[in-house]
Design a protein around this ligand. Sequence first.
Ligand SMILES: [Zn+2]
Length: 132
Amino acid sequence: MQGNVRRDTKPELRLRRTLHGVGLRYVVDSAPVPELRWRADLVFRGPRVAVFVDGCFWHGCPEHGTRPATNATYWQAKIGRNRKRDQEQTSALTAAGWLVIRVWEHEPTGDAAARIEAVVRDRGPGLARSQA
Ligand SMILES: [Zn+2]
């Protein structure tokens, strides 16, 4: 495990493919609000929906967030910090008028995609309509 980078993970790629397949268009790995430095995994600029795909390990998933036995204190602190940052991201973006969707990497792609699609279409036109 090297660092906290998890771009283009398999669950995320599957999700992107599924959403693209239903005609949704989005930007990948982009900051919804430039002044806030955080980048979301998927950004729907029109309807202002930001999607984060959270890795079970790094984000302390209640089902799969097992902590390694070695350096338990270290990992606990690190994952704790990640979770705190996740909450900060969500509240800051929400305050800026964005809707934040957090998806666990273990979630079935179809379920996550349906959840996202419903919200994006519900939030209105913008860029949600397919241009392809
Ligand atoms: Zn999980």
